[in-house]
Design a protein around this ligand. Structure first.
Ligand SMILES: *[C@@H]1O[C@H](CO)[C@@H](O)[C@H](O)[C@H]1NC(C)=O
Ligand SMILES: *[C@@H]1O[C@H](CO)[C@@H](O)[C@H](O)[C@H]1NC(C)=O
Length: 217
């Protein structure tokens, strides 16, 4: 166990060194106005499919009806949900920059209004055996990249051309070759009192970004 963790950290280090020059070259994400998506600024994530695709991302009680909250989607396309922030690895207030495609980020809801007394940071939950899925829940942490925070990292990958549409990918393969099979899209194939986000191999959630001008209080 100890040695495999060490191997994991070493290959993580190797990966970050290896990809550092590449990071600058991947395209910045663009919101639906065509503006670059800024790290540490607030955005809504909404379905790119108008109408039947549903609305923005929000939070709902988890499958036990309690905390931590699960990440879910409004069924109405009139609702944008809660704004959220994207924090790339090594994010700092002084060094914000833009969010680039395929960059590992933490995603944190701006959700002061919600009372669960937990950080509203996205995280892949443990496998839910009853439902046969890995749901996206909260109670993750920002930063501290390494084997112990694998479930907290996500990427946005562009889909299609001509429109600023993306999918969310959870891809710990970035950290270690040995767990490459854990690379997965995030979709909404499971509805149980809410449209719940979960890892999927079939239908990724197709999304766009809308900048949140004023944060709700
Ligand atoms: C729900 O409760 C059961 C039994 O306490 C527990 O095993 C399971 O992990 C819980 N699931 C969630 C999503 O909290
Ligand atoms: C983050 O910062 C650490 C320490 O400065 C550095 O070693 C690492 O390469 C950085 N990672 C990325 C992805 O920029």
């Amino acid at each position: 166990m100890k040695s495999s963790l060490l191997a994991l950290s070493l290959s993580f280090l190797f990966f970050t060194l290896l990809t550092k020059p590449l990071l600058g070259r991947s395209d910045p994400l663009l919101d639906l106005d065509g503006d670059k998506v800024e790290a540490g600024s607030a955005y809504y994530i909404v379905s790119i499919i108008i109408g039947a695709g549903g609305g923005g991302l929000t939070l709902s009680p988890n499958r036990n009806g309690s905390c931590p909250l699960d990440v879910t989607q409004h069924s109405s396309d009139l609702l944008r949900g809660y704004p959220m922030f994207f924090y790339p690895i090594n994010y700092s207030n002084e060094n914000r920059g833009y969010v680039h495609e395929s960059m590992d980020v933490n995603i944190q809801f701006y959700a002061n209004i919600i009372s669960c007394n937990e950080p509203m940071v996205w995280k892949v939950d443990n496998y839910d055996e009853k439902r046969g899925a890995w749901f996206i829940t909260t109670n993750g942490v920002v930063g501290n990249p390494g084997p112990q925070t694998l479930p907290n990292w996500f990427k946005f990958v562009k889909i299609g051309v001509g429109i600023n549409a993306y999918k969310i990918v959870h891809c710990p393969s970035d950290v270690s070759e040995s767990i490459v099979h854990l690379c997965s899209d995030v979709g909404i194939n499971y509805v149980e009192s809410a449209r719940r986000l979960a890892l999927t191999s079939t239908q990724p959630f197709r999304l766009g970004f809308i900048k949140a001008q004023v944060l709700p209080s």
